[in-house]
Design a protein around this ligand. Structure first.
Ligand SMILES: C[S@@+](CC[C@H](N)C(=O)[O-])C[C@H]1O[C@@H](n2cnc3c(N)ncnc32)[C@H](O)[C@@H]1O
Length: 230
């Protein structure tokens, strides 16, 4: 597989979730015409589908290479805020994992790429997420989708929990803290991006920095954490 199959609606979501997918011209228009126009119009109709598909695949493959040492074949994986799920699709193809998704079923009209204190913003549609997974060969029996806002989250232990540019990047870690106590065992690993890695030494017994994004506005670090403290 070299790229993903996606239609315009799915590509639109991918661009909202990963702004680096839209080229410099579109970014310039975003500054000129504003966030609303960008979110509902430019990022949907002014994109090249083949290019988005190839670039999204390459981006997610790079993420996979970074994470693969933390995931064993058949580990139970939970993804919080997966976006349209390109990374999770690659993980399933390479390592045959069952993957549980928790996402929001809502697309904000004005995308804000920053801290969202009340967690009101979201950029996903669960129907399109499922469509993307199925049409790229992810078997239905190998994944489950949960809508965060329906408050019926799975209560099983996961080996690996991934939340790229979502938990503690867009919204506070505390939103999921109690839930994580229910679904993490002492051996589970949680991988996420944050601008305050030092804080997590008081939350977990082991914190490892595995990536730094220092040339972006947010200057986040990706951390792999194990062992929630009592
Ligand atoms: C910047 S995108 C990152 C998507 C994907 N992880 C990636 O790296 O491409 C953040 C995602 O978090 C989702 N999100 C926002 N609030 C959430 C919540 N409370 N629980 C789960 N996902 C959430 C958004 O809908 C969006 O898809």
């Amino acid at each position: 597989m070299q790229n993903f199959k996606l239609n315009r609606q799915i590509a639109h979501l991918a661009v909202l979730q990963r702004i680096e997918l839209c080229g410099p011209n579109l970014k310039r228009f975003r500054k000129l015409l504003g966030r609303y126009f960008f979110s509902v119009f430019l990022s949907k109709y002014f994109i090249n589908l083949d290019l988005i598909s190839k670039n999204y695949f390459n981006l997610m493959y790079k993420e996979f290479l970074l994470l693969k040492n933390y995931i064993n074949e058949r580990d139970k994986v939970l993804s919080i805020g997966s976006g349209i799920g390109g990374l999770e699709l690659i993980i399933n193809q390479k390592l045959n994992n069952h993957i549980t998704f928790i996402e929001k079923n809502y697309v904000s009209k004005k995308i804000k790429y920053g801290w969202d204190k009340k967690n009101k913003e979201a950029y996903n549609n669960l129907h399109l997420l499922e469509k993307f997974l199925l049409c790229n060969g992810f078997k239905k029996e190998n994944f489950d989708l949960f809508d965060f806002d329906k408050k019926e989250l799975p209560h099983t232990k996961f080996d690996v929990i991934i939340s790229l540019y979502s938990l503690d990047y867009h919204y506070e870690f505390n939103l999921y803290k109690d839930y994580l106590y229910k679904v993490m065992s002492p051996k589970s690993v949680l991988i996420f991006d944050t601008i305050r890695p030092e804080f997590f030494y008081s939350v977990f017994k082991k914190v490892e920095i595995i990536k730094q994004d220092l040339d972006t506005v947010h200057k986040s670090k990706r951390i792999a954490c194990r062992g929630l403290r009592d």
